[in-house]
Each structure stands twice: as C-alpha cells, then as structure tokens.
Design a protein around this ligand. Sequence first.
Ligand code: C2O
Ligand code: CU
Length: 487
Amino acid sequence: VLLLCTVCAGAGVWIWNAQVISTADQVDFTRPLAVPPLAPSRMVDGRRVFDLKAQAGEHDFGRGATPTWGFNGGFLGPTLRAARGEQVVVNVTNALDQTTTVHWHGMHLPAEADGGPHQLVQPGRAWSPTWKVDQPAATLWYHPHLHGETAGHVYRGLAGMFLVDDPATSVDALPHEYGVDDIPLIVQDKKFDGDGELDDSSSFLGGVGVLGDTVAVNGTVGPYLDVTTERVRLRLLNGSNARSYEFGFPDGRRFALVGTDGGLLEAAYDLDRIMLSPGERAEIVVTVKAGERTVLRSYPQALETGLLGDRFTGGADTLDILQLRAAGTLAPRPAVPQRLVAVPKLNRADAVRQRPFTLSGHAINGKQMDMTRVDAAPERGSVEIWKVVNNDGTPHNFHIHDVQFQVLTQGGAAPPPQLSGWKDTVYLPPNVTFELIMRFSDYADADTPYMFHCHVLYHEDAGMMGQFVVVPPGGQPGVIDHASHLA
Ligand code: C2O
Ligand code: CU
C-alpha cells in the first residue's frame, strides 16, 4: 500500500479528530510525477486554437484502474499556454453523458466566454469561446462550473492549467523550461470507497464536502520529481474541493515566493510556508543541493481557521506532497532576483463604490445563488472596493471571476507579502474583513453574468455564490436568460 493514512482513534468527544490524518513519513515515493502535456494548438486566421474534450476514462491512483473524467484523456487535462495579445479559441467538446461547462479561472475575458454556469455544454455538443488574452503572465486554470455539480465534476478529474505568457511581466532569470525546471503541480486530495472508486461523500458533518486521505499531484500518488537544475520553479495549484494546504519542507528550508494567482510579485519573498485554499495558486522557487532528497509537505495550518476550522479544512493534517530528488550534478540556474515585475497599485481614492459581502450559511449577504438574479452591476472600467467577511465560523474563501484584485487591507492592516500581488481567490479566516480592490472589465454585457463565490466547491454548489454583470456607464443589468447560452 502506497499511501496509508493513520486515522486517529479518538472518536469520542473529539469526534472531528476522525479527520486527522498524517501520512508524513509513510508515503513511499515510487512514482515519477506526471507532468500534464502542453496542449497542442494551431494558428487559424491569426487565432490560436485549442481542442479540449471532456470525457470519461480511468486513472491509476496506485490501486488499479479507477473510473475518472478528464480532458483529452482519462484524468485532468493538458496545460494550455498562450501569450498576452493572442486571440485564443478553445473548442470544448462534451463527450460525457451529462451537461458540463468549462470555466477559465483567473482569466480576464468577456462574460459569454467565461464558462460559468450559464455557458452550458450539453452531451455531444461543442462550445468554442474566443477571447484576447490580455493580462500579466500568470498561472491560471480551468475546470467545470455547472451550478450544483461543480464539486463532482472537478473531483472526478476535470481540471487543468492555463499558463499566460507575457515578456513584459515575466523574469527570464526565473526557471521557465516547462517540465524541466518549471513544474505545474495540481494538488488534490482523494478518497476511495471499498471498490476502489472515487468516494465523493462529504466528510465530517458535511462541513466542507469531501476531504481525502490520499494526495494526488497531477494525478500521481506518491510522486517524486527528478530535479536536474539548481533551482526549480513549482507552480502550485490547490485543485482540491475543500482542503487547504500549508506547504513547506521538513528541513525548514526557505523558498522564494515569486508569484500568486494573477502573476508575479514585485519582489520575491523568502518564506518557509505558503498556505493555499482551494483555487489559489503560488509560484515558488526552491533551491536544491546536488544529490539531496527533500519532501514538499503540507503542515497543520498556523493560520487561524476558526471554530473547528482546521478540522473542517483538513488543516490539522500533515501530508506529504512531492519528493524532490536532486541529481548528482545540477545545471546552474541564476539566483532569484529580488525585484521581479511592476505591479501597479490600485488606489482607494479611485474607487467609486464599496460593496459589503458577508459569507455565512451557504449564502452571501443572506442570499443563495439564483441564476436569474444580478447581485451587483459595476460599471465598465470602474474601480470598486469589495469588503468581504466570513462570519459563520466555517472556513471559506472568496473568488471573483474576470478580474484580478488586490488586497487593500486584511483586518484593517496591510496585507502580508503573500497577498501583495494580483489575486483572484483569497482565504477568509473567520471574522476578518478583507477589503479587495479591483478594476472591472472593459467588456460590458448587461445580460451575461460573471460569478463570485466561495471556492470550497461544496459551498459553491450549495449556494454560496452570486452574480455580477458589467454594465456600460449608467447602464442597468439586463434580464438573465439562462437558456439562451446553451451549447
Ligand atoms: Cu475556479 Cu468560479 O471558479
Ligand atoms: Cu465556503
């Protein structure tokens, strides 16, 4: 058995301790890490065209063939990669027996191309969104967003990365050879039922949905990575339904945090831990010594996760993620530069509006998701401050489509370095108000909403989601005609 979980016996008073697992030192790193292939693309009429087919298949999690879903394969999907300024087209085909959608998480794009719950792709149908990539270099991702079914679709394997390239907002000195010294890591926890099938039943009291005891990285359980360079860039994506991770190394080694959700930071930050809640990304650069082995691990979270919170998010667990095996001779790589890219700050003074959002009890501002209700209608190009707070003691985070925001304040204070750059998803410890500042889309479409929601997928599905449309100056939201977007 590759990945044993130790289930604590204390199922009495501290019943939620049944969640506590610790696989550290028990994972046998015997499988080379799978690296998702780069998706092939072709230029047609000046547009970069990709094909993605959602399909059923199977995958080996170290326990034989498990039925799964994937894009262009049995599990997960290829990495899409496009440059700023390019017009992309993605031909999404649905070969599943159920309706799904494909959302480009973190991407700035017209609402009709967003792939949210209104852009349904029925079985046997195709949907070909097109947009111009126009944002800084970043590690984005894609996944289904069918209202009420997102958790199940992602859990079964529908997810992949989407890398944006942009010379003006990248740094050549950072490792950037895909699959060599620049490695995508889609981190997901899974659990299995007695038949070896994926078990997506909710964990303890259904607080956050599924928490698994087995970590798969790019689908590989018990993975190792052969490192051949002095430094390696890890593009971490928390692609889990519910679990948060606090990544670090057992030897306490420090690493450079160089990027977050929406791009590189202004300055590299030297850290020994980085916490990611579901949907968040971090780019870190790790330095290794010739011949050594070390393990990327997830630790019990130091961050306050609230009333029983760390139990709910699996935040009390220690989990091995990936073994790094450094070769005997390493190709040199430059030191991480201290200054990275310019991140123009959005100013409070430019905000034309503040909106409060309270996350509580599967609702936002007391309202559950309604596909026909528009909750906010910011004007095209305007700057707003969204004041977001989680006040029900359960862990939540907050994700906004289309825009990358900046954290102005967290609990009234300036944000820590991890939250100093572009973000599209932010973890919300209980009762801490976050002021998020963002400039809305230059794409106005009063009839097609973008989403904002908790990215704990069970919460999102249960209704902790709302909709906004971007309107022209002085405009009003239209009538949301759900069926008109059916592909
Ligand atoms: Cu990654 Cu609306 O989601
Ligand atoms: Cu939540």
